[in-house]
Design a protein around this ligand. Structure first.
Ligand code: PEP
Ligand code: MG
Length: 745
């Protein structure tokens, strides 16, 4: 390892260093041959250095990925040791290499984060069995080699070329689900720790072993602490998972493997990195879900220990250059740590758009894509990346053509944004004089920055459960009061609709220890859950009342299905008001209480609530899933049905008429209104307060200001009476008749 370190530190070009390395390995391992094969982008393996085979074969002998023992090692990412190679069924004879006299064969993969980057082989004339230690040594060497070999994969930087090209050949595309819309370009910052090549070696083996032991103790203690904090809340499955995790951390064979690396001259970090590469490579090949989960756990442990060893240093850094964060999984708090570093994009393997990290990404307004398979194995630290969170695609090391296309998309987008910005101070008033309130959907104090930026009229939906979802423990009364006060302060007199706790379903709090349900969306969630947890619910209502003080207060209850749920919730709110009034002498100057329309059943009961409820707000996300019986979390059905549909619009028209008769104000707060044609339909039906993400306010306002709503309504109703073909297309055509550009709808 010492000699190798010297060679690595040598000046000179990569190829001469590789020649030196193969000579060195052949002599120390007493092998007749040592060769390095490079995996080319299309998967073939090219001989790039050899000691012992014919030198003429270098850069000529090429094996297909399915060919020979070398191809076998590359495919399986596992070492292979064979006493008599020519007799092996995978053996492929290449006369130009002059390998006839060699029998024994030992091949190991050269692994990087991105998978197999080459194969390192030693061969001997005599039929011999390689010992386990020899296999291990060769694996360690191959890890050190990985960095040099990889530089050969990268094309040399052309003179005066734009900097993005220095990373060499394009890395292809990946796709996923858009979590936060936008476009971004920057260099990959891997969330998982990276071990720099300079830290591969340790000169003092015993000191390094001690460092590793101290790290292992620290790691185990941190897992114990985690179990202790969450322990009370953990029963059943989650506890089993944590126990399995603890057992893995205490597994002597894992520790032994790490020590082995150190004994061979590696640093503790490099030894861990080696283990992590092996776990990843195995994960790429593993199909069995149980095995995959365990390998994920092991990789998590590797990362955790790397962080423990690195301390502050182990944390990923986003430097001057604009970064694109690349993570397998990301906790909301972890993402918040990157809030002020100017990230250009966020990419995650995790798939749920409602995941907490996705929520935070939206609050930060950073283009984000999730559910990207193989993300962390395809992207390297520092890779140039285009994040197309309009289409949901990722371009790795884009070539000029892709980059230019991206640039023109950015220009178009900023042109559109400039158009929207010009409308900021203007009302969303239709040509025939109807003014629609355009409100903001928010969930974190961070979101409130958008109020002024987007020119919103207020907050139409404040998702109070986010505070619960992003914190490790249940927020205390004071924490809740502080947040609600901050929100009211920032809104500076503009209305804020506080939606009471909407937990359950996909919004699971580990601390609440809920039972696993067959159909969580139809389960013990939202107002059902709140009414059954009166202590928790009352504390929230108290916080709302106290935060408002003598300011106006607007409260809305989610997922109400039958009138009694609304009445019970409102009664609790009134009790809190009375209690607070006697204790503090303060009362909100005005109180409004609303209900969300998320289940079809409530739509048929609105006449019963006349006089009791001030407003109704359609939660299109949940309403659509229940109306069409299509789970919003299942990608294959979540976008199958369209709200621009005669059945849905007739239902919403009926509800609007009932509410008008009962003097209940109409509003909408689901994501669907972000699309201008949908917003126009709602406005035409009489829903004149629409709440949406900040980015949608500009386009919706632009459409509303262009429309003669009366004429649009007449056209819409005519088509609803006699639908013909795709209803969305009919509505888009109608909008186009009104001069509204629906190209992106
Ligand atoms: C909805 O269901 O439309 C809604 C606004 O609530 P959430 O998305 O938070 O369930
Ligand atoms: Mg909902």
């Amino acid at each position: 390892m010492n000699n190798l370190r010297q060679v690595m530190a040598e000046d000179g070009d990569t190829r001469s260093r590789l020649d030196h390395v193969v000579r060195l390995i052949a002599s120390t391992m007493v092998a007749d041959v040592c060769s390095i094969y490079l995996r080319e982008p299309e998967g073939s393996l090219l001989l790039i250095a050899t000691e012992g085979l014919k030198p003429e074969a270098v850069n000529k002998t090429r094996m297909a990925s399915s060919e020979g023992l070398v191809g076998f090692v590359a495919r399986t990412a596992e070492p292979i040791a064979i006493t008599d190679a020519p007799r092996h069924p995978s053996f492929s004879y290449r006369p130009e290499t002059g390998e006839d006299p060699f029998h024994a064969f030992l091949g190991v993969p050269i692994l990087r984060t991105g998978g197999v980057t080459g194969v390192l082989v030693v061969q001997n004339k005599t039929e011999r069995t390689y010992r386990d230690e020899e296999v291990d040594t060769l694996q360690t060497i191959s890890m050190v080699l990985a960095e040099i070999v990889h530089t050969l994969v990268l094309a040399p930087a052309p003179q005066n070329a734009p900097e993005r090209r220095v990373r060499g050949p394009g890395g292809g595309n990946l796709s996923g689900r858009v979590f936060c819309e936008g476009l971004g370009y920057g260099r990959a910052v891997l969330h998982d720790p990276v071990v720099p090549a300079a830290k591969f070696f340790a000169s003092d083996v015993s000191a390094e072993a001690e460092r590793l032991n101290a790290g292992l103790i620290g790691l185990r203690a941190s897992i114990d602490r985690m179990m202790l904090i969450d322990g009370a809340a953990l029963v059943g499955d989650p506890r089993d998972v944590m126990e399995a995790y603890r057992l893995l951390a205490e597994d002597p064979s894992w520790a032994e493997k790490l020590h082995e690396g150190i004994r061979s001259g590696l640093s503790a970090e490099a030894s861990l990195d080696r283990a992590r590469r092996e776990h990843r490579a195995r994960l790429q090949n593993a199909r069995d879900p149980y095995l995959r989960e365990r390998l994920h756990d092991l990789e998590d442990l590797d990362n955790r220990l790397l962080r423990v060893l690195g301390g502050e240093e182990g944390k990923p850094k986003v430097t001057g250059e604009q970064g694109v964060l690349v993570a397998r999984r990301l906790g909301p708090a972890e993402l918040l740590e990157y809030a002020n570093v100017g990230l250009r994009g966020i990419l995650m393997e995790e798939a749920a758009a409602s995941s907490h990290a996705a929520i935070v990404a939206r609050a930060l307004g950073i283009p984000a894509i999730g559910g990207i398979e193989n993300l962390t194995t395809r992207i390297e630290q520092g890779d140039y990346i285009i994040v197309d969170a309009e289409e949901g695609s990722v371009h790795i090391r884009p070539d000029d053509a892709v980059y230019d296309a991206y640039k023109s998309r950015v220009a178009l987008r900023s042109e559109r944004q400039a158009g929207y910005a010009a409308l900021k101070g203007l009302p969303a008033k239709t040509l025939d004089g109807t003014t629609v309130s355009l409100m903001l959907n928010a969930g974190l104090a961070l979101d409130l920055d958008m109020l002024d930026q987007a020119g919103a009229d207020g907050v139409g939906l404040f998702r109070t459960e986010f505070q619960f979802l992003v914190s490790e423990t249940l927020p205390r009364l004071e924490d809740q009061i502080a947040l609600y006060k901050r929100v009211l302060d920032r809104a500076a007199g503009r209305p804020v609709v506080f939606r009471t706790l909407d937990l359950g379903g996909d919004k699971v709090l580990p601390a609440l220890n809920l039972q696993r349900e067959e159909n969580p969306a139809l389960g013990w969630r939202s107002i059902r859950f709140a009414l059954d947890h009166k202590g928790l619910f009352r504390r929230q209502l108290r916080a709302l009342v106290r935060a408002a003080g003598e300011r106006p207060l607007t409260v809305m209850f989610p997922m109400v299905t039958v009138p009694s749920e609304f009445r019970d919730a409102k009664a609790l709110l009134m009790e809190e008001l009375a209690w607070s009034a006697t204790r503090t002498g303060k009362q909100p100057s005005k109180l409004e209480v609303g209900v969300m329309l998320e289940t079809p059943a409530l739509g048929f009961s609105m006449q019963d609530l006349a006089g009791e409820v001030d407003f109704l707000s359609v939660g299109t996300n949940d309403l659509l899933q229940f109306f069409f019986a299509a789970d919003r979390m299942t990608p294959s059905v979540s976008e199958r049905y369209d709200l621009v549909d005669p059945a849905a619009l007739r239902f919403l028209k009926m509800v609007a008429e009932t509410c008008k008769a009962g003097k209940v104000r109409l509003s909408v707060c689901g994501e669907a209104t972000a699309s201008p044609p949908v917003a126009l339909c709602f406005a035409a039906l009489g829903y004149t307060s629409l709440s949406m993400a900040a980015s949608a306010i500009g386009p919706v306002k632009q459409a509303l200001r262009k429309v003669d709503l009366g004429a649009f309504r007449a056209g819409l109703f005519e088509r609803m009476d006699k639908p013909n073909g795709s209803f969305r297309n009919q509505v888009l055509a109608l909008a186009a008749e009104h001069g509204i550009d629906t190209a992106d709808s």
